[in-house]
Design a protein around this ligand. Structure first.
Ligand SMILES: C[S@@+](CC[C@H](N)C(=O)[O-])C[C@H]1O[C@@H](n2cnc3c(N)ncnc32)[C@H](O)[C@@H]1O
Length: 337
């Protein structure tokens, strides 16, 4: 009897090593240094104070992963590294890489306990007690790392999310839990008549204001502090809510959606940015892994469009439409009052 091909199992045994190779090259600022000029291993080892033989193994792995190029003994950044893996690129996703390495990596190590108990792992791994986001935001550095992590992905998804539907009839968007404001920024760039507000916990708004200032849209976008479970919402004809519903229990989602429905005028709408599970429940892999991620870090999970439809309709919304976006970390749903 011939044995099945072991390749998928062998791949998964080493898959985490790929992530850690990229995380380490980012942490050692390999890509930042190479952005100035291609360098040989000895020069780079001196710059980042690394062991030359060990560094060469890391660099050659990155070449094989297509994160670096090697020509005549010099390593150089290909466009993917210059765009996403250096600190001062406007499209940098280093925030999410740092968040993955400093937080998610340790939380995922406790996945077996999370699956047994069905709860996140913050207290077990990092200690402390309190509201969910008190774990994310223990220090200002943690806060900034998480927000810039969200921002990097948001820069990829938001321009597509705001164009998934024609939003040109709306005048004021409030992005609930809007973090850095990447969604209102993309929306104001796409719709010249729109004004927008980012609504988030007061302790994060200094980061929000920095990002809005850098976008040059501060005359059309403001930042408002509040707790979306407890405080009233600013008036809007369009509420956006991106990567929020997947954080919370069904009871808290119902509370939020009913509040949004009550705050909207007739004909107003809610725009949701979340990654949708296929109706089969077994794809796409990105969303399935994200749902496990939600297990180890939040109270929530990822859902199918039919599940969001049921949840939205039970909060009073109608005309629920979903759009699956290609090459985007998030999809889009629109529902009306
Ligand atoms: C997963 S992040 C999503 C951020 C953003 N919407 C995005 O897609 O990049 C969740 C956001 O909700 C905010 N948040 C958490 N609890 C909140 C609350 N009770 N009231 C207002 N914002 C809250 C956090 O500060 C954070 O910015």
């Amino acid at each position: 009897m011939s044995l099945p091909n072991p390749e998928p199992v062998l791949f998964l045994i080493e898959a985490f090593r790929r992530s850690q190779a990229m995380f380490t090259a980012v942490e050692l600022r390999v890509f930042d240094h190479l952005e100035h000029a291609p360098l040989g291993v000895a020069q780079l080892a001196t710059l980042i104070q690394a062991n030359p033989d060990a560094l060469e193994r890391l660099l050659n792995t990155c070449v094989n992963l297509e994160l670096l190029q090697l020509e005549s003994g010099a390593y150089a950044n290909p466009p993917i590294a210059s765009t996403y893996l250096i600190r001062n690129s406007p499209h940098s996703i280093i925030g999410y890489i740092e968040y993955s390495q400093k937080a998610l990596w340790h939380l995922w190590a406790k996945l077996p306990e999370a699956v047994r108990e069905g709860t996140h792992r913050w207290e077990q791994v990092f200690g402390g007690q309190g509201e969910l986001f008190s774990h994310y935001y223990k220090t200002d550095e943690d806060k900034r790392r998480f927000m810039m992590g969200m921002h990097g992905f948001g820069m990829i998804s938001s321009p597509q999310v705001v164009r998934a539907f024609d939003l040109s009839s709306f005048r004021h968007m409030v992005d609930l839990g809007g973090a850095t404001g990447h969604l209102p920024i993309a929306a104001c760039q796409a719709y010249p008549e729109l004004r927008a507000s980012v609504y988030d916990l007061p302790g994060v708004l200094h980061v929000t204001r920095e990002v809005i200032g850098d976008s040059g849209l501060d005359s059309r976008i403001d930042a408002i502090g509040g707790d979306f479970f407890k405080d009233p919402f600013p008036d809007a004809d369009l509420y956006a809510i991106g990567r929020i519903l997947h954080d919370w229990t069904r009871a808290k989602i119902d509370l939020l959606l009913k509040k949004i429905h009550a705050a909207l005028p007739e004909g107003g709408a809610i725009l949701i940015a979340e990654k949708l599970l296929d109706e089969s429940g077994v794809k796409p892999l990105w969303t399935l892994l994200q749902s496990l991620n939600m297990l180890v870090v939040t109270e929530g999970k990822e859902r199918r469009l039919s599940e969001y439809k049921e949840i939205l309709e039970s909060a009073g919304f109608r005309d629920v439409e979903g759009v699956v976006l290609l090459n985007s970390p998030l999809d889009a749903i629109l529902a009306r009052k």
